[in-house]
Unconditional design. Sequence first.
Length: 286
Amino acid sequence: MDVSTGPGGGAPLAAFLRARRGRVRPEQHRLAAGAQRQVPGLRRDEVAFLAGISTDYYVRLEQGRERRPSPTVVEGLSRALLLDAVATRYLRELSVADSVADSVADSVAGEEAPRMTAERLAAVHQLLGSLPVPALLVNRWLDIVGSNPLGDRLHEGLEPRDNYARLVFLAPGAPSFFTEWPELARCMVAALRIQTGSGTASPRLTRLVAELSAKSDVFRTAWREHRLYEKAMDHKRLRHPGAGTLALDQHVLELPGSGGHRIWAFHPADEATSDALLGLAGTVSR
C-alpha cells in the first residue's frame, strides 16, 4: 500500500488535492452553491479560479500528470483549499518530492532518520526516569521507544503497547479506556499522515499503515481524509483500571536533531489525578 495515498490510489499530491477540495464548501469562498452540484466540495474550475491558475493545469495536478507546482501556485492552492500552516507546509513538501529516485532516496533516509546515537538515547532515558510524571519517548511513527516507570503504568491493561497508534486502534479496551476515543483516533491518523509529506515511504510506516488499514475500518476511512495534526499540547481523560479516572495535560517536547523523537509528558490536570498518580508511583516503587 502506498502510505501517501492509502486505499483509492493516486500520486500523493493528487490524492491530497482531491481530498482537501472535497472538504471546502462554496459558501466559504462566497460562491453560489447551486442546485446541480455533483461533488460535495469545490469544483475543479473553482479551485483553479481561486488559486489563480488555469483549470487545465489544476486538472493535471489532480490527475498526477503535473507534480511540481511552483511556490506561487502552492500559495494559491493553499488559499483556495483553506489550508492552515501545517497543511500548507505539507503541500509544499509534496510538491518537491516528485521523482521515483527522490522517493527511493527519501525511503532509505526516512528509515534511518529516527535513530539516535546510543549515548544520546541513554541520556534521554535518564531524563525520563527523573521526571515525576508519566512520560513516554516516541519516534515520528509513534513507536514507543522508551518510558519511565509511571509511563509504563499509565496505559496498564492495553496491548499492544509498542506503538501508540496500534495501541489506540488495536487494543480491545482502548475505546473505553480513552474517554474521547473517536477524537483521539482521528488525531493518531492525522499524526501519521503528516509523516508522508516529504515523499518518505519508509518500510516501517508502510507496514504500519497497511496493518492498521487491514484491521481497523475507522483507520482505513480516516486515512483517506488526508487530515493533518501536529501536537504541542493536549488534554486526555483516561479510565485507568487501577487509578480510576485521570485528567492529564499532555505536553510534547521536541528533541532537535533526533530524527523526529519526542517526549510525551503527562501532567495531572487536577488534584484528584495528582493523588491517583502518587498512588500509582507507590505501587511502582514496591
